[in-house]
Structure formats: structure tokens, C-alpha cells
Design a protein around this ligand. Structure first.
Ligand SMILES: Cc1cc2nc3c(=O)[nH]c(=O)nc-3n(C[C@H](O)[C@H](O)[C@H](O)COP(=O)(O)OP(=O)(O)OC[C@H]3O[C@@H](n4cnc5c(N)ncnc54)[C@H](O)[C@@H]3O)c2cc1C
Length: 393
């Protein structure tokens, strides 16, 4: 009877990021019945590689089709749709007009970016998904390569990992495009604005110090304790000073996914919106929450998302087959950030490395995290794409 149940169990996983993909792949390996993966994107997005695609690498450096990832796993059905609500009493996931029944529901929705600023200024670019990242790339290409025009001021808002990586990559990329496509030498100013007193405010002081120094070496103007506000379509205000710009890249405002807070009957959330789960990552009867948004157990990193995905599949398998199971234990994650070509800062267990060696280590970390959810050939293709700039259309 037990065997029949678990072989016929239906698990619905929502979210095609690191946590959701890992959970679905592991459930498939455990042959734990049917698995349906619902994702509002038909591709997986590696947030940590957004800077590469924005500055000239092909999209494959950061995005991989979910269908390709799951091609060798026919017992996982991938559906491109957006979950709008849930009905746990009837065990249903609702996606607009459609609903999907489940025995177990795994939610891995990731974080959201606050997009309010973006809508107030024509030249503000976001970093949320394929369209936005491609828009940054096309904007740079169109102005410099096609129109032979370079914006004198580039403003990146937010000195977290994304802002830092974009500033470093942009410093190289814009200089390279200007040299190749413009006749005269033009001085371009790249400002990285952060409202806290240091860059990478959530990382160690060493990380802030070395990364700031490196950015300054690349000619990036690092403005800490600085707030940027959109002024009108032509200007932003950087600490009270009006700056004319057509390129503002807004990377701040990451917050917990609003879905949980908007379903208070089923989820206990903190004031910041992260979800309170039991030691087995269960938030409500038969509903589990993974990845970003998990209060207390997660570190909002790729490592944490992958660990949770792996844990939940093993946990469900153990639970359903009557085996002993243990609570989820978070492991410590490394921190790696790239700043311009061939230079990174990597920190693990309070030991840090910078420069080329760190860059090699960072690439290994990225490849290892990809490898947890992709075949070797797909990982090789994604890593190769990081080395290509401005591929022909
Ligand atoms: C810009 C940026 C850069 C980062 N850089 C790094 C880094 O260098 N190293 C690192 O360790 N971490 C980094 N992080 C954090 C890391 O990306 C996350 O911790 C990790 O991706 C979390 O995995 P996840 O599966 O929980 O969420 P995600 O990877 O965000 O995946 C969530 C998925 O759910 C989908 N989804 C959301 N809502 C719905 C819905 N209602 N219906 C259907 N699908 C839905 C989303 O479209 C997305 O595909 C970065 C994060 C950001 C935002």
C-alpha cells in the first residue's frame, strides 16, 4: 500500500530557480511518483551572471531553457505558468484559469525586486529577467556601436553583489566599445551609488574594502552613503546633485516574495515577509518552502537553495517510504564576487582571496553550482558563453 502511494504521489514544485529545479531533479531520481514543475519563466536564470549578459556575453551565460534541463527526466512535467493562489483544503495550486492538484507542494519562488523606481524614469533599467537584461545590453550596443554616441554618465544604484559586478564589467565593456567604435577619446564616468556606509553591506568588511579599491582602480566612482532619486526623464539626483544620464541601472530593493504575505491563512511571515517553517521546511500541511524567503534556515544564496532542494526530495522520500528522517541543517556558504575581467573576491570560512586566483575559484564555484542542476555539456556551454563578447547576431 505504501509502495503504491509513493509511486503514485504527485508533487508540484513552483519556481524554476536553483531550489525548485534541484528539488524536482532529486524527486525524479528518487522515483517519487509524478513531479510537475510550474514556472513563470520558461528558462532558468542565474542571477550571479546577469552582469555578463548585460555587458556583451550571449544569453546562455545566464539563462538555460528549463525544457533542456529536464529533457533527460520524462517524469518531470514542466509547465510555463504563474501560480496565482493555492487552496490547501482541496490540495490545489491555482494558476489563473487552471488549477493543478497535488499531494505535496514545494514552493521555491525566490526573491522579488522592487520595481517602483524603474517605472518613474525612461532611462532606468532593471535586472529582473531576460527582457530587462537584454534591454541593458541593447541600449549600450545601440548607442555606442550604431549611433556612435556614448552616455557621459552611467549610474548604477545599489552596491550589493549585482551592482558591484555590473560596475566592474561596465567599466571594461564601455571603454572597449568606445575604443573600437568611436573616433575620439571620450571620458565616461561610471558611478556606483550605495546608501549604506560601505559597498557589499551584507558581506565582511574585508570584502567591502578590497572590492572598493578594485573598482576605484578601474575608474569607477564609488559613492557610499548616497541616495539616488529619479528627477525627470533626463536627470537623476545623486545626493542632491542633478546628473544628466540615459543609463541608470537599478539593482536595489530585493525583498521576500509577496505571495506568502498575501496568503496569511497559510503562511506565518515575519515583518520582512520571510516564511516561518518547521525544522523540515514545512510551512503548512503538505506545503514546503525552499530557497530565498525561508526564515532562520536560509542564507539567500545559491548554495542554500541547492541544499534545500536536495534535502526536501530526500525528506519526502524518507517520509513516504517509512524511513528515519532528520531536520534540515543549513551549511555555510562561500561568498564570491567578480569585479572586471580576471579579478574576483572569494571568501569561505572567514578566509579570503582576491585577484586572478580568486577569479579562477569563483568560476569553479559557478560551474559547480550549475553542475548540481545541469549535465556537464550544458555547464561547459554556459561557462564558455562567459568568455564570448558581442557574438554576431
Ligand atoms: C541580482 C542577483 C544576483 C545574485 N548573485 C548571487 C551570487 O553571485 N551568488 C549567490 O550565491 N547568490 C546570488 N544571488 C542570490 C541567489 O540568486 C538566490 O539566493 C537563489 O537564486 C535563490 O534560489 P531560489 O530557487 O530560491 O530562487 P530563484 O532562483 O529566484 O528562482 C525562483 C523562480 O520562481 C519563479 N517564480 C516566482 N514566482 C512565481 C509564481 N508565482 N509562479 C511561478 N513561478 C514563479 C521565478 O520566476 C524564478 O524562476 C543573487 C540574487 C540576485 C537577485
Amino acid at each position: 500500500m505504501l509502495f503504491w502511494y509513493y509511486k503514485n504521489m504527485h508533487t508540484v514544485v513552483v519556481g524554476g530557480g536553483f531550489a525548485g529545479i534541484k528539488a524536482a531533479l532529486e524527486l525524479s531520481k528518487h522515483e517519487l511518483g509524478r513531479v510537475t514543475l510550474l514556472s513563470d519563466r520558461d528558462y532558468f536564470l542565474h542571477h550571479g551572471s546577469i552582469y555578463a549578459v548585460a555587458t556583451g556575453c550571449p544569453p546562455d551565460a545566464a539563462m538555460v531553457a528549463l525544457d533542456d534541463i529536464f529533457a533527460p527526466h520524462p517524469n518531470v512535467k514542466v509547465i510555463n505558468t504563474r501560480m496565482t493562489s493555492i487552496d490547501p483544503d482541496r490540495k490545489l495550486v491555482v494558476c489563473g484559469d487552471h488549477s493543478y492538484d497535488y499531494d505535496k507542494l514545494v514552493l521555491a519562488l525566490g526573491s522579488e525586486l522592487d520595481e517602483t523606481q524603474k517605472s518613474t524614469h525612461r532611462h532606468i533599467f532593471g535586472v529582473c529577467g531576460r527582457e530587462q537584461i537584454t534591454a541593458i545590453h541593447e541600449h549600450l550596443q545601440n548607442s555606442i556601436i550604431n549611433d556612435h554616441y556614448v552616455d557621459r554618465q552611467y549610474v548604477i544604484v545599489g552596491g550589493g553583489a549585482t551592482g558591484v559586478e555590473l560596475a566592474g564589467a561596465l567599466a571594461y565593456y564601455v571603454r572597449q566599445l568606445v575604443e573600437q567604435h568611436l573616433a575620439e577619446k571620450i571620458k565616461v564616468r561610471i558611478t556606483l551609488a550605495e546608501s549604506s556606509e560601505r559597498l557589499l553591506p551584507r558581506a565582511s568588511h574585508e570584502a567591502s574594502k578590497y572590492v572598493t579599491k578594485r573598482l576605484q582602480t578601474l575608474g569607477v566612482h564609488v559613492a557610499t552613503n548616497t541616495r539616488v532619486t529619479p528627477h525627470d526623464d533626463e536627470f537623476v539626483t545623486v545626493d542632491g546633485r542633478k546628473i544628466p544620464t540615459e543609463t541608470v541601472i537599478w539593482t536595489t530593493g530585493t525583498k521576500a516574495h509577496s505571495f506568502y504575505k498575501s496568503h496569511p491563512h497559510y503562511f506565518d511571515t515575519t515583518s520582512k515577509g520571510s516564511v516561518i517553517v518547521n525544522p523540515y521546511l514545512e510551512a503548512y500541511r503538505n506545503i514546503y518552502v525552499l530557497g530565498d524567503n525561508v526564515e532562520g534556515y536560509g542564507s539567500n544564496t545559491i548554495r542554500s537553495a541547492l541544499d534545500m532542494g536536495e534535502y526536501i526530495a530526500d525528506h519526502l522520500w524518507r517520509q513516504e517510504t517509512g524511513k528515519l528522517y532528520t531536520p534540515y541543517r543549513p551549511s555555510s556558504a562561500s561568498f564570491a564576487v567578480s569585479v572586471g575581467d580576471d579579478w574576483s573576491y572569494v571568501e569561505a570560512l572567514s578566509v579570503y582571496t582576491t585577484g586572478r586566483l580568486a577569479d579562477w575559484m569563483r568560476r569553479r564555484i559557478v560551474a559547480a553550482s550549475y553542475r548540481k542542476i545541469m549535465s556537464k555539456s550544458m555547464v561547459d556551454a554556459a561557462m564558455q558563453a562567459h568568455k564570448i563578447k558581442n557574438p554576431p547576431e
